[in-house]
Design a protein around this ligand. Structure first.
Ligand SMILES: [Zn+2]
Length: 300
């Protein structure tokens, strides 16, 4: 989903990206250190760990390797990470982090496991491309994605915070977060209005959202007598033009008197609009966020 070759191969930008990612993840970036004759740098980051009696600092040596642009055999091998233990020890670090735009070779994995098992290295972590991708697709990381992977950002359409906190769109039946699920399958869920005809008008009594198939069928095929349903594919509603059309059509129906809602359904429809806005709208720049002041709850 994310094209790591968007970052050029000389490695400097990858180091900056690694630093920013670790910072977003809550590590404190201490400084960077020269790795040796290749002119590349390792990072030193730290975090506070909670022990039984107090907090203590754990220092990590971070090796950033960007091999995504290599044509073949682009895994990070043991020979690409010489003297791991010496590097960790010489900067008084406790653990080792490999931050790679590809994957570690099985040889390197074995080497790291051995160092830990022998007690030479307290701990190690590898952030491979898949794990990094998982982080970048989470809510709150869109800025980083936009800055370092602008083309992927356009394709992925990550979720954006519109209010102070992320609002999930949970399936009414199984509770799965439909917004997260849409990264795998955009067309996985429906938005449904339940209505009855009163004086030839549609009285909307309830609205809900649910996964297509089993979840949605469970509700829609068991409606009480006299109740009907309108449904829309959420995968379509989140397409910007469609979003606007759908919102305006609803307003027109209300204005014409053909639709009317009970209070609960109307409130839920507004909640739905806010939740999918996190998918439809674009990321705000810091300047825009500053302009509207702090993120706030949106009154409905
Ligand atoms: Zn479901």
């Amino acid at each position: 989903m994310i094209d790591f070759t968007e970052i050029d191969s000389d490695g400097e930008i990858w180091e900056l990206f690694s630093r920013d990612l670790l910072q977003e993840l809550g590590f404190y970036v201490e400084h960077s250190v020269d790795r040796g004759p290749d002119g590349k740098k390792d990072l030193i980051v730290s975090e506070l760990l909670n022990g039984n009696l107090g907090k203590y600092k754990f220092k990590w040596l971070v090796s950033c390797k960007h091999f995504a642009n290599r044509q073949s055999s682009n895994s990070v091998k043991e020979s690409d990470e010489p003297n791991i233990l010496e590097r960790v020890q010489s900067f008084n670090c406790d653990g080792f982090i490999g931050l790679y735009s590809t994957v570690p070779s099985s040889g390197l994995n074995t080497r790291l496991t051995q160092l830990k098992e022998n007690g030479n290295l307290k701990d190690y972590r590898v952030f491979d491309y898949k794990l990094i991708e998982n982080y970048l697709l989470r809510i709150g990381y869109a800025n980083l994605l936009m800055r370092y992977f602008p083309n992927s950002y356009k394709k992925v359409k990550p979720l954006h915070l519109i209010t102070g906190k992320y609002i999930p769109l949970n399936c009414k039946v199984c509770d799965l977060d439909i917004l997260q699920e849409m990264f795998k399958n955009q067309y996985a869920a429906n938005y449904v209005q339940i209505y009855e005809y009163v004086d030839q008008k549609e009285h909307i009594k309830d609205v809900y959202w649910a996964c297509k198939g089993q979840c949605d069928d469970k509700i829609r095929f068991n409606l009480s007598k006299g109740l009907h349903s309108n449904w829309q594919d959420i995968g379509d509603i989140v397409i910007p033009t469609k979003f606007l059309e759908w919102t305006l059509a609803t307003m027109n129906q209300i204005e014409s008197g053909h639709f009317y809602y009970n209070k609960k359904a109307f409130k839920k429809e507004k909640e739905f609009i806010i939740a999918i806005s996190q998918k439809v709208m674009r990321e705000m720049t810091q300047e825009k966020k500053d302009r509207i002041g702090k993120f706030r709850e949106i009154g409905i």
